[in-house]
Design a protein around this ligand. Sequence first.
Ligand code: NAD
Length: 343
Amino acid sequence: MIRVGVIGCGYWGPNLVRCFAEDGGSAVIAVSDLEASRLAPIAKRYPAIQTTASAKEVIDNPQIDAIAIATPVSTHFDLALQALRAGKHVLVEKPMTSSTASALCLIEEAARRNLTLMVDHTFVYTGAVRKIHELISGDQLGQPYYYDSVRINLGLIQQDVDVVWDLAVHDISILNYVLPVRPLAVSATGMSHVPGRKDNIAYLTILCEGNLIAHVHVNWLAPVKVRRTMIGGSKRMIVYDDVEPSEKVKVYDKGIALTPDSENVVKMMINYRAGDVWIPKLDITEALRVEVAEFVASIESRRPPLTDGLAGLRTVQILEMASRSMQEQGKLIQVQETEGVLV
Ligand SMILES: NC(=O)c1ccc[n+]([C@@H]2O[C@H](COP(=O)([O-])OP(=O)(O)OC[C@H]3O[C@@H](n4cnc5c(N)ncnc54)[C@H](O)[C@@H]3O)[C@@H](O)[C@H]2O)c1
């Protein structure tokens, strides 16, 4: 039984508390939040869970094996480092940290102490994304051409991060999982329409090895909720619409075939192919439940979790490059060879 402490119980933290409390392999021992009003509903629903304003009290609790961190992004690094130094396994919310350097530091600390470090890249654990991963790994897509995602709605404008670090992080983590090819360069532009706040709309382009191009459009000021990703390849094309209640993934047997022109050898004939559309059956288990089970299993079997520190680092690196590009009005930022961790 893995005994868990949860730090941060605002919007997302209670979901972690619920999933750990309901998972057969874990128990929640203590929950911390700076605000008493956040703890009251937890104490009412789970009388056996200790509640406290002190994160340190949870981290130092000898009854606790693992810490889940669901506080604002700027606090992830300090809390995760303290937890690792106290000998606890860590599940930290997305994005793992606010810089590559601090992500690397957490990875090193966890490795040195033989502890599990996992990042909550929730979408990777959805039935839809797992199915897309299975399709692409099984060569259903052919050569990947593009990954094109729109994630917009009238969303909560965050204080400490811009829309890229809050929303595009999901798309980057999905991209890294389903198409694990090396990124080569990143360009991004964004804008703020709320005085004193960070960018609320952004367009991000990632150029990858193998002629793959990824584009992510994120926006907190859209009138409608769109969560739509298209992944195109030489054999098939996938449409993933997360707003759809059940038929979230559709596989289109559409594309083009190039054949040499018999009249002119340097010219190619483009033939269009439009075949069937297939709707695969998806596992509908709540993603966070799958993820919590993966965290527990990875601790127990001493193996890296699916979304380990390295997955967190890869995502943070792209986010950091996007921020640099946004500061320079979309300048193409090349992945430095010396960074060496983007694979
Ligand atoms: N995986 C997902 O799909 C998903 C969804 C939403 C949010 N998140 C992530 O969860 C994290 C929190 O987001 P949120 O929307 O719940 O924010 P929130 O502001 O609603 O909650 C954060 C809570 O942390 C508490 N807190 C801050 N510092 C603390 C400390 N030192 N000790 C104890 N408590 C502290 C605050 O009082 C607050 O209640 C962010 O990293 C965000 O990116 C992930």
